[in-house]
Write a protein that binds this ligand. Structure first.
Ligand SMILES: Cc1ncc(COP(=O)(O)O)c(C=O)c1O
Length: 413
């Protein structure tokens, strides 16, 4: 190799370091907080970051919304499965990894959403990516209409399908209709959206979107990740609460948030489930969920179908915290859901508030930055659940008021 060709060689290490430096410069370099949750006393946990030994903390940003990950029935079911069948599934669903737990859970989830069938994936992310990418490939010429705030996993699926995409303004029915009307009536269409938008805490007009789907002969794909377990009489999500589950072509959910364990799924007609099962690489070519996890989810879904106490507790906690924040003049984004975001609007300040809360008050809430939310809308996202007490909320509010004053932050308008 001559000296000239040496000069043009890529300096890989420099490229990687610069990529990380850019995140630091923008104030959005992500730091993982090292914690262990205390089984049976959620939201209490221990934090290992920057301390001599574990420090007690209160978790305010968990998506184990109903503390089902610590529910005695869930833990007992997982222990029983572990001792009965061992740790892993041993294969893909097609080759050795189709356990009776998986079959049972798919039946339970189909029933939850009043659909003919359901299909499990290793996460909600994978279920969105795999399903959307596969559906649009199966439907030649398909155009997907996607809400602008859709989750990264839906965007990845749409991109990987290679189909045409039209992005409609968030929850904007007029814009969606204009885009649908502009399309050739003969092309296949799919509207992809969420029920509860997890960073805003607002809810989609599902029935009205289904009306548009009917009018323009489009399929509908609803991500209920932040609603399953928490809304509807049996935890079937906002679509159950509003009596519109039967109008949706596909409902997608996670098993890792309100159900407290791990995994994802879709529920739909038998034919659609058969298509995704048969064609989606993200379903076919991966080891199926551990039966231990599936047993835990089964217990969780069954419990939440019959018990509304957790849902009611969560709603009461969210209402109380929103009220306390608003009364204290904190810039709370008021929505109709369990999610309580406080707008900061700056990544460095959001990180600073989170650092002070953890170091001085034992409060753990992660700052939310770009690309999870648009730049300039950085926020703290609180997820109070049935186990957060009014006393904890009072302490949290007082801490935030003190920090807001100390850092001279903008209060509510
Ligand atoms: C709207 C939405 N859909 C899908 C997912 C992915 O779900 P999972 O965490 O099970 O992969 C998330 C995760 O945060 C989400 O917020």
């Amino acid at each position: 190799m001559n000296s000239e060709s040496m000069d043009v060689r890529v300096d890989y290490s420099r490229v990687f370091t610069q990529a990380i430096d850019r995140l630091h410069a923008e104030g959005r370099y992500r730091v993982f907080i090292d914690i262990l949750r205390n089984k049976g006393s959620f939201p209490n946990a221990r934090c290992f970051a920057g301390h001599n030994g574990p420090k007690p903390i209160t978790v305010w940003c968990s998506n184990d919304y109903l503390a089902m990950g610590q529910h005695p029935k869930v833990i007992a079911a997982m222990e029983e499965a572990l001792h009965d069948v061992g740790a892993g599934s041993g294969g893909t669903r097609n080759i050795g990894g189709n356990t009776h737990y998986h079959v049972d859970l798919e039946g339970e989830l189909a029933d939850l959403h009043d659909k003919e069938a359901a299909l499990l994936f290793t996460s909600g992310y994978v279920s969105n990516e795999a399903t959307l990418a596969t559906l649009a490939k199966i439907l030649p010429g398909c155009v997907i209409f996607s809400d602008e705030l859709n989750h990264a996993s839906m965007i990845a699926g749409i991109r990987n399908s290679g189909c045409e995409k039209r992005v409609f303004r968030h929850n904007d029915l007029a814009h969606l209709e204009a885009l649908l009307a502009a399309e050739d009536p003969s092309v296949p269409k799919l509207i992809a959206f969420e029920s509860v938008y997890s960073m805003e805490g607002d809810v989609a007009p599902i029935a009205a979107i289904c009306d548009l789907a009917d009018r323009y002969n489009a399929l509908t794909y609803l991500d209920e990740v932040h609603a399953v377990g928490m809304y509807g009489a049996r935890g079937g999500g906002i679509s159950e609460r509003e009596g519109v589950a039967d109008r949706l072509t596909i409902i997608e959910g996670t098993l890792g948030k309100a159900f407290g364990v791990m995994g994802g799924y879709i529920a739909a007609s038998r034919t659609i489930i058969d298509v995704i099962r048969s064609y989606a690489p993200g379903f076919i070519f991966t080891t199926s969920l551990s039966p231990v996890l599936v047993a835990g989810v089964l217990a969780s879904v069954r419990h939440l179908k019959g018990s509304s106490a957790e849902r009611e507790g969560q709603q009461a906690s969210a209402a109380l915290l929103k009220g306390m924040f608003a009364e204290a003049g904190l810039p709370v984004m008021i929505g109709d859901t369990h999610i309580v975001p406080l707008m900061v609007g700056d990544p460095v300040k959001a990180k600073k508030i989170s650092d002070v809360l953890l170091a001085e008050y034992g409060v753990y809430v992660q700052p939310i930055n770009y690309p999870t939310v648009p730049r300039g809308t950085e926020r703290l996202r609180f997820t109070p659940g049935p186990a957060h007490t009014p006393a904890m909320m009072r302490e949290l509010t007082d801490a935030l008021v003190e920090i807001w004053g100390r850092l001279a932050l903008r209060k509510a308008a």
